[in-house]
Design a protein around this ligand. Structure first.
Ligand code: SF4
Length: 597
């Protein structure tokens, strides 16, 4: 092979002009292109033109269209979606939640989307296509669908495939004949990509607070139902009550109107030209101290407390973890795992969306600390550049204070809802503790998907004796989950008592997945039964004696009754038996005259 860099003689003998002037550069480029073309032709090489993908310019969703345009959204549980629906309607939007994705949606996603995507992409993208196809079947033309509907979803810039969702939606829509259908993105790190003025969807403080409240309440009502259902005495009662309370809360959210400075305050603020600032402050204060939602949630608590429960049963507690969507959806996307586990007699601790919101804030705090306030792409100023140093330092402290404030307020709001619902649901897990336990196995700065959370939750829930088993739902083709899987082998090698099962969720193979879960659950069930039997033995009572006592004490048959957790005891049943026995002994001791409380 020749090493010469000389171009073959092109037949042109004219002298080359001086190199450092622009016309000469152009001439060289032209000669180069000509020569390349001649060589390609001579060697039979086909010249390929490169067409980069450019995001299509989308039709603007204008304020004037708001009354005749339905905003579609989805991807959560029906409880979250119902409350988000109420919040958006309260703000004056027409909206509709798309149904929970099923296997047919997954197949459509595969048919119209790219190859090699992660499983949630297929499910969610195909689900939108399926919904639009249903609209068409109902008689709407494609044009009408485009004019009257749009889809609103979360997006990010990666690093996992989440960054590709928007492009995937657009591709599948084009391939399925819905080219031009509007997809509006709520960026994980930036807000809506639509100009705010005259926008059909205004991303303002009311919008944020509405969604945040809906998610927090959705998380906690959902968790309460999962905690009560396994112990209900009358089959189906929890679901009946849940339907009622969700309808009630939907109405509460729908009737809620954004706070506005009115009356004297409004006119004074307007005269002083501080209407905007007063509005922000008022909304913020209302969120922090108004009791509207809390009063409604107290109603929900009373209603839930009417469900009769029997906690004198040993039930294995299964903590659900995994990838965000796979651990949240309640359908084919995770093999209907929650329903299956409950049928098998397990009690579930589902994962709230709040953990992930808290995680996002926590990661932003960490990043700010790591970079000492230095914006991306900027170099640290030299030590003697005091002005720049000062600028970077103040930027750091300002950002840190704001993020810490956001973290504190978010946790406070979450826990206010938790308290109002009787305090039986779990509080938000401390992100610093999660980081501490996971970091030796999974670098807590590695972003994407759930980051270090999958590993962290496995250790945390087992170590703190909160669950008998941890089930991780990991989508097929999920990059961060695959990384976590590698780290989990080290975790289970160090924490020998953990019953940890990762299940890869794909559109197919439900029977196989269920049978694997059944095996691990068998082990967890045995653990729960043993613990229950030991607890009973410790009390010195028979199960019948405990049950008799409970039958005579109405409050012990109510789900909102607080049972203290003992060290080393995981199951609700075992803790309940120990607690009731204490009360019985108190009664017995008082009856014999030497008891004390
Ligand atoms: S976390 Fe995994 S499943 Fe979720 S979007 Fe990213 S790659 Fe896909």
């Amino acid at each position: 092979m020749s090493t010469s860099t000389r171009l073959p003689d092109s037949g042109d003998t004219s002298p080359l002009p001086i190199l450092n002037n622009a016309p000469a550069e152009d001439l060289i480029q032209t000669k180069l292109m000509e020569e390349r073309a001649r060589l390609e032709q001579e060697l039979g090489v086909q010249h390929k033109e490169i067409h980069h993908f450019k995001k299509p310019v989308e039709r603007f969703f204008a304020k004037s269209e708001r009354q005749r345009t339905t905003i579609l959204f989805g991807g959560l549980t029906w409880k979250h979606e119902k409350l988000v629906h109420g919040a958006l309607e309260g703000l004056g939007y027409k909206c509709e939640a798309v149904p929970t994705p099923n296997v047919r949606a997954f197949q459509l996603g595969k048919e119209y989307g790219n190859n090699g995507q992660c499983n949630p992409t297929y499910f969610t993208v195909g689900n939108l296509v399926q919904f639009l196809q249903h609209l068409e079947e109902k008689g709407l033309t494609k044009q009408e669908i485009q004019d009257r509907y749009l889809f609103f979803t979360a997006g990010a810039c990666g690093p996992c495939r989440f960054g590709m969702y928007e492009a995937e939606y657009r591709l599948a829509l084009r391939n399925s004949g819905f080219d031009g259908f509007r997809v509006m993105l709520f960026q994980q790190s930036g807000g809506l990509n639509q100009a705010e003025a005259e926008a059909g969807l205004e991303m303002n403080l009311d919008f944020f607070l509405g969604i945040l409240n809906a998610l927090n309440m959705g998380d906690l009502i959902n968790e309460c139902a999962y905690l009560i259902r396994p112990y209900e005495v009358n089959a189906g009662e929890t679901d009946r009550v849940l339907d009622e309370v969700m309808d009630f809360m939907h109405g509460v959210m729908r009737r809620k109107r954004p706070w506005l400075p009115t009356g004297t305050l409004g006119s004074v603020a307007s005269k002083l030209g501080v209407e905007g600032a007063t509005g922000y402050l008022g909304k913020f204060l209302e969120q922090m101290w108004d009791n509207d939602y809390l009063d409604a949630l107290t109603e929900v608590r009373h209603r839930l407390n009417e469900i009769r429960v029997d906690r004198t049963r040993p039930k294995p507690i299964v903590k659900i973890t995994g990838e965000f969507w796979a651990q949240t959806t309640e359908g084919d996307g995770n093999f209907n795992m929650f329903r299956f586990l409950q049928r098998e007699g397990a009690q579930l601790i589902v994962e709230p969306i709040g953990t992930w919101i808290n995680y996002m804030i926590h990661q932003a705090i960490q990043k700010n600390i790591d970079r000492r306030g230095l914006p991306d792409g900027k170099k640290m100023p030299r030590p003697w550049d005091l002005r720049e140093q000062w600028h970077v330092q103040t930027n750091f402290y300002k950002k840190h204070a704001l993020l810490k404030l956001a973290e504190t307020i978010f946790r406070r709001e979450y826990h206010r809802v938790q308290e109002a619902l009787g305090g039986i649901a779990h509080g938000l897990t401390d992100q610093y503790e999660l980081q501490r336990v996971a970091h030796p196995y999974y670098n807590s700065r590695a972003a994407g998907g759930e980051g270090h959370l999958e590993v962290a939750k496995n250790i945390y829930y087992s170590n703190k004796e909160l669950a008998h088993m941890v089930l991780s739902l990991k989508p097929f083709g999920c990059m961060p989950s695959t990384q976590s899987d590698g780290a989990q082998s080290a975790v289970v090698a160090h924490y020998k008592d953990i019953i940890y099962l990762p299940i890869e969720t794909s559109g197919e193979g439900e029977v196989n997945a269920h049978s694997r879960v059944q095996m691990a659950l068998g082990e967890a069930r045995a653990k729960a039964k043993l613990e229950f039997a030991e607890a009973l033995k410790r009390t010195g009572f028979t199960l019948e004696q405990v049950q008799d006592y409970v039958a005579n004490h109405e409050e012990l048959q109510r789900p909102m009754y607080h049972v203290p957790k003992r060290k080393g005891v995981v199951g609700y049943g075992a803790n309940f038996i120990l607690h009731v026995a204490d009360r019985m002994k108190g009664v017995a001791a008082r009856a014999s005259g030497n008891g004390h409380h």
